[in-house]
Design a protein around this ligand. Structure first.
Ligand code: DLL
Length: 436
């Protein structure tokens, strides 16, 4: 199989035309699924520009749940070659189906991003994302092969072996969940391995969970490599919906595969370029499970200016949060990414943190558990107290709420193999929150 994607070099006019054409086809296909049957009564000739998408209804995660297991399946079952299943951390899990063509396009979208970041067939690609129902592993696997890389299906976890593989096979490209990349750095530090000196990593694709630029810089500094942000969600395919190019300034949406809208989540009206809103996506080529105007709940902006790389595919900012992410603590709105940004600006703060909220004596309490950096962890209680005070002050000024801060030794907080659980809201009967 060779990399064949023709969609990269289109002009804006060609892209718009193509989107309308593909949207019309998508409508026809979507109507075949029980969930959309009778709900898409717009004539193809009424879809003349990509903006006409607004004549169609929105689709939500709850709609997918209501349609479980096969309500959104639009192709005959015998054409389906794969099923992925969301982790169900925010409710009932949902299934996503793929035909052979769906898988081919998906691999090409990811390969497009790999190409833009400078990956070549000479690279050794270690894919450290979970293989299985989660789309992170398989989503990049076939793209790595398509690019001609020697692809190592390392999957997630077993950090000792990950480091061993990187050392033994000279991995130059990684794909990893950001919080797990920091875990790998921690273990390297413990084993006296300096990734900048002892490993050959030059490109790291990060994605799958929200993260700040500050956290990303720590990954880059630790490995001495460039990180490239990759966004996606299982409902669309998985990773590869939008990826950064070599400019590293926003993520190009594959607009010949996905029709992008950024809407005000309350009014459902489009926001101006540069303004923050909810990403809403329509699949344009999906056969097995076309989705119309799917509300991702992810919040970002469209970058208004054209990218110096020359691609006409519009760029979105990194994901700034989710519409369902906001915590209300003592009546104040708090976003987990605000906490991460403040923490990662403090040099003495290490690589992991955990936000806990409970409600003793009927009053909200926010506790931020913070791992310290190796050098910052002292036995001296006075020093530690002063540091704790500094972190409390920094967080209070960022959040307008004064948290309690608990300091921990490096490596003391729990780390999973998949997406990090950053928030434990005990007010909701111990419910933990990540973004699967
Ligand atoms: O996480 C697909 C993926 C895997 C993307 C690996 C990139 C790399 P889901 O498990 O369905 O699919 O979770 C999708 O994860 O709606 C976002 O909230 C979050 N997310 C994914 N990529 C990013 C990113 C995969 N680069 C949900 N930055 C999405 C921030 C991200 N959040």
């Amino acid at each position: 199989m060779q990399y064949t994607d023709q969609g990269i070099n289109l002009t804006r006019e060609q892209l718009d035309e193509m989107q309308v054409e593909l949207l019309r086809e998508t409508l026809q296909r979507a109507r075949l699924s029980p969930a959309y049957e009778g709900k898409l009564d717009v004539a193809p000739e009424d879809l003349r520009t990509p903006d006409d998408i607004r004549k169609l209804p929105l689709t939500s995660k709850d709609d997918l749940r209501a349609g479980m297991p096969e309500g959104f399946l639009a192709a005959p079952k015998r054409e389906v070659v794969r099923m992925h299943y969301s982790s169900g951390t925010t409710g009932l899990a949902t299934s996503v189906y793929h035909t052979r063509n769906d898988l081919r396009w998906w691999a090409e979208c990811v390969a497009r991003g790999m190409l833009a970041a400078g990956v070549t067939a000479d690279d050794v690609f270690q894919n450290m994302m979970g293989y299985g129902l989660f789309t992170g592993g398989l989503g990049f696997h076939y793209a790595g092969e398509l690019m001609g890389c020697m692809t190592i299906p390392a999957s997630s976890g077993n950090t000792d072996r990950q480091i061993h593989l990187m050392q033994t096979f000279g991995s130059t490209v990684l794909h990893v969940i950001p919080s797990y990349a920091l875990r790998v750095l921690h273990l390297c530090e413990q084993q006296g391995i300096d990734p900048r000196r002892d490993l050959q990593v030059r490109i790291i694709f990060v994605g799958g969970e929200p993260h700040t630029d500050q956290l990303r810089r720590r990954i880059e500094d630790g490995f001495g490599a460039k990180t490239y942000n990759c966004y996606g969600l299982s409902e669309m395919c998985g990773p590869g919906v939008a990826m950064e190019c070599a400019e590293q300034e926003g993520l190009h949406v594959c607009e010949d595969h996905f029709l992008l809208e950024v809407l005000d989540p309350k009014t459902i009206e489009p926001v101006e370029p540069g303004e923050t809103g909810e990403i809403v996506l329509t699949t344009l080529r999906r056969e097995a499970m076309p989705l119309i105007r799917y509300r991702t709940r992810d919040v970002a902006q469209v970058l208004p200016d054209p990218c110096p790389c020359g691609s006409q595919h519009r760029r979105v900012s990194r994901i700034l949060g989710r519409t369902d992410d906001m915590l209300v603590i003592k009546g104040v709105n708090v976003y987990p990414m605000q906490i991460e940004r403040a923490l990662m600006d403090i040099e003495e703060v290490g690589r992991n943190y955990l936000i806990e909220i409970d409600r003793p004596a009927d009053l909200d309490r926010l506790t931020v558990n913070v791992e310290l950096a190796q050098d910052a962890f002292a036995d001296n209680m006075r020093e530690l107290n002063a540091l704790r005070e500094r972190i409390v002050r920094r967080l209070s000024s960022e959040l307008d709420v004064t948290p309690e801060v608990e300091l921990h030794e490096p490596g003391a907080l729990p780390v999973g193999e998949g997406k990090a659980v950053r928030v434990v809201d005990k007010r909701k009967r111990g419910q933990a929150k990540n973004h699967g």
